[in-house]
Design a protein around this ligand. Structure first.
Ligand SMILES: [Zn+2]
Length: 160
């Protein structure tokens, strides 16, 4: 998952990347985390992207995400944890890897707030203990992911 200019992600379930009907499975940016929250580009209200992306943070707080206050970091982490909790409860996922300039820029306090939210909301036997960790690939993560996605597509074509 990335929390950056936008919020998005992918889901690896049972070792396989989920596609969905149109290839958009895992688009966590449009999970609703604030039912009466800000209007999102998708038309709904309170989507994770509308509440926690860099542009959303700036619109809500008047501060660029590179200069967050403690409260901004806590709120963003809490909402990201809320969105992830829904996915963990829905899909029996034990781990969320989060990157992106907002998440990684906010650092440890963000991840702690997100984990606290996850701990509070994942209470089923299978979902309690789910973890949120920072992506370790830094700025290379999206490039490596894109290359892996392309290789996956080439492997599929080779089988046809
Ligand atoms: Zn949306």
């Amino acid at each position: 998952m990335v929390v950056s200019t936008g919020v998005g992600g992918g889901i690896v379930l049972n070792g396989r990347l989920l596609d969905g009907a149109s290839g958009n499975a895992g688009h966590i940016g449009h999970v609703i985390v604030e039912p009466s929250g800000r209007r999102c580009v998708c038309g709904a209200r309170g989507c994770l992207e509308a509440e926690t992306s860099g542009p959303a943070i700036e619109a809500i707080t008047g501060r660029p995400p590179t200069q967050p206050t403690y409260e901004i970091i806590q709120r963003t982490g809490r909402l990201v944890g809320r969105g992830i909790a829904s996915v963990c409860n829905l899909l029996d996922l034990p781990l969320a890897v989060v990157g992106g300039s907002v998440a990684l820029g906010f650092g440890a306090p963000f991840f702690q707030a997100a984990q606290n939210s996850l701990d509070e909301l994942c209470r089923l036997e299978f979902s309690s203990g789910a973890r949120i960790v920072p992506a370790r690939l830094g700025d290379d993560g999206s490039l490596i992911g894109a290359a892996a996605f392309a290789l996956r597509g080439m492997n599929r074509m080779a089988r046809i």
